[in-house]
Ligand binder design. Structure first.
Ligand code: BF8
Ligand code: SF4
Length: 635
């Protein structure tokens, strides 16, 4: 199997072979064959009478020592994955909320409120009195309200209940899946999946959906608070792929998820003293910050920081030999980076007390002195630059232009140029006329199990040709950006005639001198909620619920537990949701049946598992055809 279809990644894989530095793909080969029980979800280690496993062929044991069946084991495994994803997004959101509170109390001077309009809008939506109150007071109330969302309350989570359609809230109440606390739901999930608690697969799956809705709330909160502290993204042109790493500059990669650190580093990079220091060290180009993974998306869309690469290929940034420092916060950071950094001069710097890596340097992040720490980290990069070995430098000359930063607000304001009084009307009219056949949100990761980006690119070509508007977040947006699908030229090359007309009309009206790209970059993984906001606005405008819109979601190359949580809330939101990798649930017919069929009866959304990207694109087109018919539109 090819490891990637990205030329820059392939170049670095070849280099790693020559230099005998094993990468993620080599370690994957050494794991093969991976355990068949695990692949099917048929193993359990939840107590010390285990590990237990169930024979999927019906010959060996059909129950664990405690009597847990295949259905119980698979459902419990999925439930714990969603709980882990929810804990991750929730942890990120809580970190933002604490910082907003510190900002409001004057304890974090480097984090002023940068988007007051968004602060007021989110506060009002959350039931906080704004009126003529000061920014600080509103910010403090909002931060406290956000922190309140983590422990159990007797009312639904505000960040879930006030951000979806009324129809969704009624559906969630009807099925008893309304979360009342983000951390409390995670804790409840750990309780109900421990030895001898919930053994009913359907009950476990409903609990899983409740947990996934808490994940949605956490993601939405993280996005809202990031916009308040750093500004709501507007489209900005930048570039993507390893070629953004520069030979003539001190290169600092920000990697991980939370913008609290990466945004500070992006700001500090223009500090004159530091730029001069970099020049004195022999870097005429000064300081060049590049992004990796979701925190890369955060600074890409707010500060035009170019994106170096995405999750599965994160190691290749160091392989260029020109990365002076890689600074990481949490999530999706491979521990292998430390060993690879040791083969070069690159300084790997961890910053979070909960996410340390042996052999990396550690500068513990403190929000009260974030600006100073960002400058310290850049200074470390400048010192490392002096140790660069020119013989080891090999930067693939591959980049693509990328227009990033389509927040829901940015999309609405682009549409408002076409129709100021009723911004959604042009989009709704285009959907009705079939010029926009449907909308597909691409989310999730890159995996070693598929040639990197292959599924994304095959699917987007098919869907764009059929006039489907594509939205992207996380490493999905990285894939499209690196392959040039976030540039206006891609619209001319790949979009069907209807879609081309619409994107050109909006792009020209918005002053872009050309069409909008066929793939709109909506941000990081927590920003999947931005796409949900657009869908909710359309549904509310049409007076129908989300499960009737020709909107679908796809994670063609998913990896993480966070991706499982997001996919699960997309299903609960009523979206047909494609997975390009078979998740570890096939050991239970009951569980697969609920996920792919019963969920549809309850929520309107359901999973479609299809490893073949073209078949997957066709399956999504079919769901759109069906929903268009349901709305009385041409299919
Ligand atoms: O939150 S897409 S590999 S980087 S999990 Fe991770 Fe997956 Fe990338 Fe961002 Ni999202
Ligand atoms: Fe085995 Fe049951 Fe213990 Fe799991 S909880 S390890 S199935 S005995």
């Amino acid at each position: 199997m090819e490891k990637s279809i990205d030329k820059a990644t392939l170049g670095m894989i070849a280099k790693s072979g020559r230099q005998k530095i094993p990468l993620v793909w080599d370690r994957y080969e050494r794991q093969k064959p991976q355990c068949g029980f695990g692949e099917a979800g048929l193993c359990c280690r939840h107590c010390m009478q285990g590990p237990c496993r169930i024979d999927p062929f019906g010959e060996g044991p059909q129950e664990g020592v405690c009597g847990a069946t295949a259905d119980t084991m698979v459902a419990r495994g999925l439930a714990r994955a969603v709980a882990a994803g929810t804990a991750s997004h929730g942890g990120h959101a809580k970190h933002m909320a604490r910082t907003l509170l510190m900002s409001a109390e004057g304890r974090a001077p480097d984090y002023p409120v940068r988007d007051e309009a968004k602060l007021r809008a989110v506060a009002e939506r959350s039931g906080i009195n704004t009126g003529s109150r000061s920014t600080r007071k509103i910010a403090a109330d909002l931060a406290k309200k956000a922190l309140d969302e983590f422990s159990e309350k007797d009312s639904p989570l505000a960040w879930a209940a006030t951000t979806v359609t009324g129809g969704r809230v009624r559906t969630f109440l009807k099925h008893g899946v309304v979360p009342t606390g983000i951390d409390s739901v995670v804790s409840e999930m750990m309780h109900r999946t421990t030895y001898g608690v919930d053994a009913d697969p359907v009950n476990l799956l409903l609990g899983t959906i409740k947990c996934a809705l808490a994940d949605y709330a956490g993601c939405h909160m993280a996005t809202d608070l990031a916009d308040i502290l750093f500004g709501t993204p507007q489209p900005a042109l930048t570039r993507a792929n390893l070629g953004v790493i520069r030979k003539d500059a001190v290169n600092i990669a920000v990697h991980g998820h939370n913008p609290l650190l990466s945004d500070m580093i992006a700001q500090a990079a223009s500090d004159e003293d530091l730029v001069n220091k970099a020049r004195e060290a022999g870097a005429p180009g000064g300081i060049n910050v590049v992004g990796i993974c979701c925190t890369g998306n955060e600074v890409m869309m707010r500060r035009k920081i170019p994106l170096a690469t995405s999750s599965v290929s994160q190691e290749t940034a160091i392989l260029t030999g020109a990365l002076d420092a890689m600074v990481v916060d949490y999530q999706c950071i491979m521990p292998s980076l430390a060993g690879i950094a040791e083969c070069f001069h690159t300084k790997l710097i961890t910053t979070m007390p909960i996410a340390r890596i042996p052999k990396a340097s550690h500068i513990e992040f403190n929000e009260e002195k974030a600006g100073m720490q960002a400058r310290q980290i850049i200074s470390e990069g400048i010192s490392a630059f002096r140790q660069r070995d020119p013989k080891k430098i090999d930067i693939p000359g591959v980049t693509a232009p990328a227009l990033a930063g389509f927040s829901a607000e940015a999309i609405i304001s682009a549409l408002a140029v076409v129709n100021g009084e009723d911004p959604l009307k042009p989009l709704i009219d285009s959907i009705a006329a079939g010029n926009v056949y449907g909308v597909c949100l691409f989310a999730g990761c890159n995996t070693v199990k598929v040639a990197q980006d292959f599924n994304y690119i095959e699917m987007v070509k098919r869907l764009a040709k059929k006039n489907v508007l594509v939205l992207a977040t996380g490493c999905a947006s990285g894939a499209f950006a690196r392959h040039g699908f976030m540039s206006p030229e891609a619209t001319n090359q790949y979009a069907g005639d209807g879609l081309k007309t619409v994107l050109t009309a909006i792009g020209e009206a918005a002053g872009l001198n050309g069409p909008l790209p066929p793939v709109l970059h909506m941000g990081s993984c927590v920003d999947n909620t931005r796409a949900a906001d657009v869908a909710v606005a359309i549904a509310n405008k049409l007076g129908v619920d989300l499960d009737r819109l020709p909107v679908a979601a796809s994670a063609p190359e998913p990896v993480t537990e966070k991706a499982v949580a997001i996919g699960t809330w997309a299903v609960a939101a009523g979206l047909p949701t494609h997975l390009g990798i078979v998740p570890p649930v096939i050991g239970s017919k009951t569980v697969t049946g609920v996920l792919t069929k019963t969920a549809r009866d309850l929520f309107g959304g359901y999973f479609i598992v299809e490893p073949d990207p073209l078949k997957a694109a066709d399956a999504l087109l079919e769901t759109m055809a069906e929903r268009r018919k349901g709305l009385g539109l041409s299919a």
